[in-house]
Ligand binder design. Structure first.
Ligand SMILES: Nc1ncnc2c1ncn2[C@@H]1O[C@H](COP(=O)(O)OP(=O)(O)OP(=O)(O)O)[C@@H](O)[C@H]1O
Length: 214
C-alpha cells in the first residue's frame, strides 16, 4: 500500500503545555482512519499541523510524494474544518463544483458531479440554494461533498458528522468509504461512534500521545 501521509516525531507546545508529544502516524491509500480523543486532547491541533496551517516545534509531515515539509497544494490535500468554510455567495452546487473548476475541470462535468455528490448525501433537491438558506446539518453535508469533489489524495476532516442524524451519518460514511476506495486516504477527528466503528483503523490521542485503538 502506498503511504499518502507520513508523520514522525511531531511535537507542539502551546502556552507552556505539550499538547502533542512525538506523534507518528501513516495513512495508506484506501484507508479511512478515525482519530478520537477527549475534548481539548489535541485533535484539531494535529490536523492543523498536517494541513500545514501550523508549524510543529519538532517532527516532520510528508504528504504523498511531495518533499517533507512542503505545503501541499489544495488538489493534493483537502481540509474539512469544523466551521465548513462554504462560500455564501455561491449556490450549493457551485460550492461543491469549485475544487473541480479551480483544478481546470469542465463546467458541465463539475456541476454534474456536484449534483451527484449532493444527491448521495440526501440534498440533491437543494442544489440551487445558497448556504444561508439551509440548515447547519445540510451545510455540513455540502462541505463534505466539496471536500471529496476534487478527489484529493488526502482528506483531513474535523468532526464531519457532528450535526447529522443517524441515517444521514450512514450516507456520509458511505461517501467517505467510496472516496478512499478510489485511491485516497482520509483522517477524521471525531466523537461519532458510528463513523469510528466503520473506519478501517482507529487512532486515539491521550495526554498528547497517539496510539492505535485495538
Ligand atoms: N493556537 C493555540 N494557542 C494556545 N492553545 C492552543 C491553541 N490551539 C490549541 N490550543 C490548545 O491545545 C489543546 C488542544 O486543542 P484542540 O483544539 O486541538 O482540541 P480537540 O481535541 O480538537 O478538542 P475538541 O474535541 O473540543 O474539538 C487545548 O488545550 C487548546 O486550548
Amino acid at each position: 500500500m502506498t503511504a499518502l501521509l507520513s508523520v514522525s516525531g511531531l511535537s507542539r507546545r502551546f502556552l507552556g503545555t505539550d499538547v502533542l508529544k512525538d506523534v507518528g502516524l501513516e495513512l495508506a491509500e484506501g484507508e479511512l482512519v478515525t482519530l478520537v480523543g477527549r475534548s481539548g486532547s489535541g485533535k484539531s491541533a494535529l490536523l492543523a499541523l498536517l494541513a500545514g496551517f501550523d508549524q510543529p516545534d519538532r517532527g516532520s509531515v510528508r504528504i504523498a510524494d511531495l518533499p517533507a515539509g512542503m505545503p501541499p497544494p489544495w488538489s493534493t490535500m483537502a481540509v474539512l474544518p469544523q466551521s465548513f468554510g462554504l462560500l455564501d455567495e455561491l449556490t450549493l452546487e457551485e460550492n461543491v463544483a469549485s475544487p473541480m473548476l479551480f483544478g481546470g475541470g469542465r463546467v458541465t462535468e463539475a456541476m454534474a458531479r456536484a449534483g451527484d455528490l449532493l444527491g448521495r448525501l440526501g440534498i440533491g433537491d437543494l442544489t440551487r440554494r445558497y448556504p444561508g438558506e439551509i440548515s447547519i446539518g445540510q451545510r455540513q453535508r455540502v462541505a463534505l461533498a466539496r471536500a471529496v469533489a476534487g478527489r484529493p489524495k488526502v482528506l483531513l476532516a474535523d468532526e464531519p458528522t457532528a450535526h447529522l442524524d443517524h441515517a444521514t451519518i450512514d450516507l456520509a460514511v458511505r461517501l467517505l468509504l467510496d472516496f478512499v476506495d478510489e485511491g485516497s486516504a482520509c483522517l477524521v477527528a471525531t466523537h461519532d461512534p458510528t463513523l469510528t466503528a466503520r473506519a478501517h483503523r482507529r487512532l486515539q490521542l491521550i495526554d498528547g500521545r497517539i496510539s492505535e485503538v485495538q
